[in-house]
Design a protein. Structure first.
Length: 171
């Protein structure tokens, strides 16, 4: 089977390149197809619907992630239809549904880290400077060499902005 496997993988790569698949997809499809062909060789099975079902059952039993199983299924579907030119419907082979997960809830500290970008720090210092803080302190905090740079930030501020609470103060 080794020579047949090598020929099939070579033909698979040529077909994937010809159809314009990305290099990453080509690499994944070849890897997944090679593993399937090794499975067939080791189990002395032919490539038919039954052997494909057994292969997916094996992957499921090994707790492969659903996304990985989906990629393997797409790889083998291409191999079977385009290289082996077989007509059995791989899409009828069941596989587990993708698990729904809840979104991660961020802590206040994680939120603080996310919003503490340089831009927001400048805005926060702008709020501070417009609340009667000394310009020299704000200048030092912002890392400005010239007080004129700090004044640019503070003079642009509208009265509405001056009276707005800093987003960092609410954390």
């Amino acid at each position: 089977m080794s020579q047949r496997k090598d020929e099939a993988l070579k033909k698979l790569k040529q077909s994937l390149v010809f159809k314009g698949f990305s290099p990453k997809t080509i690499k994944s499809y070849i890897y997944n197809s090679e593993k399937f062909l090794e499975y067939l060789d080791q189990s002395s099975q032919k490539c038919d619907e039954s052997s494909v079902k057994e292969y997916f059952q094996k992957l499921h039993n090994k707790n492969y992630d659903v996304s990985t199983i989906r990629l393997i299924k797409a790889s083998l579907d291409f191999l079977i239809k385009n290289i082996f030119e077989k007509n059995f419907a791989i899409e009828n082979i069941p596989y587990p549904k993708k698990k729904k997960t809840f979104p991660k809830v961020l802590s206040k500290e994680e939120i603080r880290k996310l919003i503490e970008s340089e831009n927001l720090e400048h805005k926060d210092y702008l709020f501070q400077s417009n609340r009667n803080k000394k310009y020299s302190n704000v200048q030092a905090l912002l890392g400005h060499k010239s007080p004129e740079t700090t004044l640019i930030y503070t003079h642009i501020a509208s009265p509405n902005l001056i009276n707005t609470k800093s987003p960092l103060e609410s954390l």
